[in-house]
Design a protein around this ligand. Structure first.
Ligand code: NDP
Length: 254
């Protein structure tokens, strides 16, 4: 059995794929994993400028950006094979890419429903399907899905998003059952309100109301989520699977 010390997370030398790493929470995850010594390949959809800024921010680390839309399963497979052919291993997948299209259900367009479900849940399934055979062959691996507090406590105007995140929670538990015998753990981190582009409208419209619902009375930072991902990816979490870890400052608890 490994006996990790505080200095040895077990991450150094491993290979991680992080979806949606060009901005926000994904960027913080990419940087923390790379700083821990992992080789990190991250995907983004269209913001190439932001993606290259993520790479150049840590020049001495191994970070690569790939324009892969997670809704495209063939593209997810191609990326995975490319990473595996080059490195011979995939230790960690972080399914972080996600979108929001808030509106009352009766006002949602078909595309608002389709885009949110296809990105958040189908994209998570696409990338997971791609990496699992490689993890199974090595009998080790970790998959971490970025869910949301909305998966359990959706707000008004969030039916499509809440449904996608509730599906991620159910997917996380079911996939943990499937993969436990292969020594692959599957967990989720459920952020509360985090300071990124995605949450800007709600923070600008109702920042004080939102903070009043958070026990710690502050909006979270992307690094708050990255630290939880680092923990779940590390040796320290080897005995944790099928769990949804809320990182939300105590959201809607009183
Ligand atoms: P941002 O909007 O800041 O960033 C989203 C990232 O996902 C970008 O890198 C974007 O790429 C990428 N992305 C979007 N669609 C696709 C796609 N189809 N294929 C590949 N990449 C894609 O979001 P956050 O950082 O705020 O959110 C990250 C995750 O955290 C999401 O799953 C979100 O649901 C979840 N979350 C966020 C919360 C918050 O308050 N911010 C709260 C709870 C959960 P590009 O730059 O090219 O657009």
């Amino acid at each position: 059995m490994n006996n990790p010390t505080v200095e040895e997370s077990g991450l150094a030398g491993g290979v991680a794929i992080v979806t949606g790493g060009s901005r926000g929470i994904g960027r913080a995850i990419v940087h923390l994993l790379a700083a821990a010594g992992m080789e990190v390949v991250f995907t983004y959809r269209e913001n190439a400028e932001a993606a290259s800024a993520v790479v150049s921010a840590l020049p001495d680390s191994h970070i690569t950006a790939e324009p892969v839309d997670v809704r495209n399963s063939a593209a997810c497979n191609t990326l995975t094979e490319k990473v595996y052919d080059r490195t011979g291993r995939i230790d960690l997948l972080v399914n972080n890419a996600g979108v929001i299209r808030d509106n009352l259900l009766a006002m949602l367009e078909d595309d608002d429903i389709r885009t949110v479900l296809e990105t958040n849940i189908t994209g998570t399934m696409n990338m997971s399907r791609a990496v699992i055979p490689h993890m199974m062959a090595k009998r080790r691996g970790k998959i971490i899905n970025i869910s949301s507090v909305s998966g359990e406590r959706g707000g008004r105007g969030q039916t499509n998003y809440a449904a996608s995140k509730g599906a991620i929670n159910a997917f996380t538990r079911a996939l943990a059952v499937e993969l436990a015998s292969r020594n692959i753990t599957v967990n989720a981190v459920a952020p509360g309100v985090i300071e990124t582009e995605m949450s800007r409208p709600v923070r600008e419209l109702a920042g004080d109301i939102v903070k009043s619902k958070i026990l710690l009375r502050r909006i979270g930072q992307p690094e708050d989520i990255a630290h939880a991902v680092w923990f779940l990816a590390s040796h320290y979490a080897d005995y944790i699977t099928g769990q949804i870890l809320n990182v939300d400052g105590g959201f809607k608890l009183e």
